[in-house]
Design a protein around this ligand. Structure first.
Ligand code: ZN
Ligand code: MN
Length: 509
């Protein structure tokens, strides 16, 4: 029997508004002492009235538009009733049957062929994942379980969340992870959440079921909770596929819905309970809040302020700068790095145009492709590695985009060779120094004057009659011996390609 995997995801994303969802308490629970940011409203005292946070609504609309959703003209809040110590009111204000937005999609890359296999990194390999709904709600407080007691911190209670529910469109753990990462990037590009999974700013539950291939029925699903990293998401789903496959092959497929938790230590899912139906929550409209209504004008105003989103940015980088998708994905991994790269490219244009003859357009047309490629190579293969090795956060790096562009100009115009480039870049990362200055100070300028280089080469040839004879007799490999001598003589500062060129001319004379 061949089985098909169906996975759907639910995300809760904490919005980084100034204040909480329905009161004026500051929304910065992480930075405060426990139970500092609280008031009668978020503690659910009797007789108080909630007020909708406009900033949270605007952020939810941004997220909805970025996910290609339909915004509802009319939407309302509902009470979701359940009892838990971290829920002071005995209900959560959420949205039930009329959410802010529905029917969206997000196209993801990296359509993996199976489970954990390598990604296909081609912009044409997009898979559209349906978004069923997006709604606003308030967060619960945080329970902290210690050895003999449980404590509650109400700071987080009432913080604004958007909940995003996808259709069961994922067919592998890899796709699910890719979606989560893309969603995280979008939240960050929109500047509506830091969406850090480890900090609980983005939380994920996964629903998974299997069915025989060709069967159109849906079978009882398992919901996996406690997923606090993308790695855990991928692993928990892989574990469930294996577990459920065995059940199907034993002729005992899951009969009821079940909630399981991911145990990171044991690397397995553990049964928690059979799931409540939604009717258990006795949803009813929130009587203390007016409905939300949006006109086309309201929606257009939000749309007009949407930034360029990750996928559009990648596509533009590929087209504008002739870089390949793999490079672009790395360079645009954060909004800051993408901005940095674009500043470098524009400074690079200035540098090249100020040091070459011709009109700006001509010069740039002639050099842009190779110069940008070189910049991308140094950024990805050296610079990011150096930051990583020295534990420097990207935003705290000392190399200005102008200095980086100047550095690339030195490399590109063969003022330094790549060994010298490595030394200079290391110094720049360490101290933020100017590349030309480091080059002068460390005497790393390439011997690029042909006459000087030829003089050195003629001397070498004169002192190596035996090797010259070997070369003339067809022993090609001897050329390496000569290049080695040139590099030694110039203390590694000559361009090996140029040295070889001159050597070949003089060796056959
Ligand atoms: Zn409050
Ligand atoms: Mn929820």
């Amino acid at each position: 029997m061949k089985l098909q995997t169906l996975i759907g995801l639910e995300f809760h994303v904490q919005l980084k508004t100034k204040t909480k969802m329905f009161c004026a308490c500051l929304n910065n629970s992480e930075n405060e002492k426990p139970n500092e940011n609280i008031c009668p409203i978020c503690l659910g005292h009797p007789g108080v009235l909630p007020v909708v946070n406009e900033e949270a609504v605007r952020m939810a609309l941004k997220a909805a538009l970025a996910l290609n959703c339909e915004i509802a003209e009319f939407s309302k809040f509902d009470r979701k009733n359940y009892f838990y110590p971290d829920l002071p009111k005995g209900y959560q204000i959420s949205q039930f049957d009329e959410p802010v937005a529905t029917d969206g999609y997000l196209a993801i890359n990296n359509v993996a062929r199976d489970g954990l296999s390598a990604p296909l990194n081609d912009a044409s390999q997009l898979k559209r994942i349906g978004i069923i709904r997006l709604h606003l709600e308030e967060d619960a407080a945080k329970s902290i379980h210690e050895k003999n007691k449980s404590l509650i911190d109400f700071n987080r209670g009432g913080a604004p969340l958007v909940e995003i529910v996808t259709a069961p469109h994922f067919s592998s753990p890899y796709e699910a992870k890719s979606f989560g990462q893309e969603l995280q990037l979008i939240m960050r590009f929109l500047e509506i959440s830091d969406a850090d999974m480890e900090k609980g700013q983005m939380r994920c539950d996964a629903n998974i079921s299997l069915r025989p291939e060709g069967d159109a029925n849906l079978y009882p699903k398992t919901e996996i909770k406690n997923i606090n990293s993308f790695r855990a998401l991928e692993r928990a789903l892989a574990f469930e596929i294996k577990r459920q496959t065995e059940l199907w092959l034993d002729g005992k497929p899951p009969q009821t819905q079940e909630t399981r938790g991911w145990d990171d230590q044991k690397q397995q899912t553990v049964s928690q309970r059979s799931k409540e139906e939604s009717s258990d929550y006795r949803y009813f409209p929130e009587p203390d809040l007016p409905p939300l209504t949006f006109t086309k004008k309201d929606i257009d105003a939000v749309r007009a302020h949407l930034p360029e989103l990750p996928q559009a940015k990648r596509q533009r980088f590929v087209e504008m700068y002739s870089l390949n998708y793999e490079e672009v994905k790395i360079l645009t991994a954060t909004k800051d790095s993408a901005d940095y790269v674009e500043k470098i490219i524009s400074e690079l244009q200035e540098w090249l145009c100020s040091t070459a003859e011709g009109t700006k357009e001509e010069i740039w047309a002639r050099h842009s492709k190779r110069a940008v490629k070189s910049a991308a190579g140094w950024l990805i293969n050296k610079f990011l590695k150096l930051l990583d090795e020295q534990n420097i956060a990207f935003n705290e790096n000392k190399v200005t985009s102008e200095n980086f562009a100047e550095f690339i100009t030195l490399v590109y115009q063969n003022k330094i060779n790549s060994a010298a480039g490595q030394i200079i870049l290391e110094e720049m990362v360490r101290t933020g120094a100017d590349p030309s200055q480091v080059m002068e100070e460390k005497d790393l300028k390439q011997v690029d004057n042909e006459a000087d280089l030829a003089k050195i080469i003629l001397k070498i040839i004169k002192n190596s009659p035996e090797q010259v004879e070997q070369f003339k007799n067809g022993k090609e490999a001897v050329i390496k011996y000569f290049i080695g001598l040139v590099m030694k003589e110039t203390k590694g500062k000559s361009d090996p390609r140029k040295a070889e060129e001159i050597l070949r001319v003089h060796l056959v004379k």
